[in-house]
Structures are given as structure tokens and as C-alpha cells.
Design a protein around this ligand. Structure first.
Ligand code: ZN
Length: 173
């Protein structure tokens, strides 16, 4: 038995190829495939696909592939944690130095204070740039928390809006 159009189903074409036809449900399949150009082509396309897949070789992975990948991941995480510590450390140091130099400026005069502050601003700018370099990694590491926080924040807003909408409608009537 073939499908409603009288031709082979894909499953039948595959079973014919694998020589695993069911004597009951696949009766006449072999004869039909031999006589019908379309179904013969279907079977041939499956044969070609099988051959192509057989020809594919799966590259052998090194035995320690997983541990190597995990080691790389650990390295990257350690490096970005180190960068974050550096960024915070630099920012804290800049603030301390700025505070100290402002205090010292009281004694040494305004001219010195201006040049010291501009140096501190330059340092702070560098610290900020390091911070921004870390930010994308931080954001991607925290994306689940950010998503949850955003959802949690938007729920009351949506609730408030849903409360407002019918009220606005009844007022306008
Ligand atoms: Zn056919």
C-alpha cells in the first residue's frame, strides 16, 4: 500500500532502501518504485544522502577536550574578575588621592590644586575606560538577574496600567 496519491511515502522509500519493507503495509512498494520515475528518484535521493552521510568522518576529539574547555572558561572568568577588581581598586585609589590632594591644596595654593585635580580627572577617565571594558562582560554575566529585575519592575507598572485603562474608559463615557 502506498500513500493517498498512490506514490511512496518518504518512510516507505527509506524502508525500501534499508530493505526493511513491511509485507503487509508496504505491499507493492518495490514494484511501484521500479515503475514510477518520481518515486524511483525519491529512493535514489535517500540513497545519495545515505552515501554522503557515510562518507562523513566525525573528527576525533582529544580525550581531555571537556577539561580543556572548562579550564579556558575558568581562565576567562578569573581574568574578568581580576579586571573588575582592578577597575574598582583604581576608582577607589583615584578618589582617595583626589580627596588627599584637595586637602593638601588648602596649604599649597589654588594653582597646584587645579593641576592636581586635572591629573586626577585623567586617571579617573582611565579607570572609567577600564570599567566600561568590563561592563559588557558584567552585563552578560548578570543578564538573568537584569531580566528578572526588569520583569519585576515592569509588573507593578503593567498592573497600574491595567487598573487605569478601564477607569479612563468609564470616565470618558
Ligand atoms: Zn510514484
Amino acid at each position: 500500500m502506498t500513500n493517498v496519491s498512490g506514490h511512496l511515502t518518504e518512510a516507505q522509500a527509506q524502508r525500501l532502501l534499508e530493505q526493511s519493507l513491511d509485507p503487509d503495509t508496504d505491499r507493492g512498494v518495490e514494484e511501484h518504485a521500479a515503475a514510477c520515475a518520481g518515486c524511483g528518484a525519491l529512493v535514489e535521493s535517500f540513497r545519495a544522502l545515505d552515501d554522503a552521510l557515510d562518507g562523513l568522518t566525525v573528527p576525533e576529539l582529544p580525550a581531555d577536550f571537556t577539561s580543556q574547555v572548562m579550564a579556558r572558561v575558568d581562565d576567562i572568568e578569573r581574568a574578568s574578575a581580576r579586571e573588575r577588581r582592578w577597575a574598582f581598586g583604581i576608582a577607589a585609589a583615584v578618589l582617595l588621592v583626589a580627596a588627599a590632594s584637595l586637602a593638601a591644596a588648602g596649604a599649597t595654593g589654588l594653582g597646584n590644586a587645579v593641576s592636581t585635580v586635572s591629573e586626577q580627572l585623567d586617571l579617573a577617565g582611565r579607570a572609567l575606560r577600564v570599567g566600561f571594558g568590563v561592563l559588557p562582560g558584567l552585563l552578560s554575566a548578570l543578564r538573568l538577574q537584569l531580566l528578572l529585575a526588569t520583569t519585576a519592575l515592569s509588573l507593578p507598572v503593567l498592573y497600574g496600567l491595567s487598573r487605569l485603562m478601564p477607569a479612563a474608559r468609564t470616565e470618558s463615557i
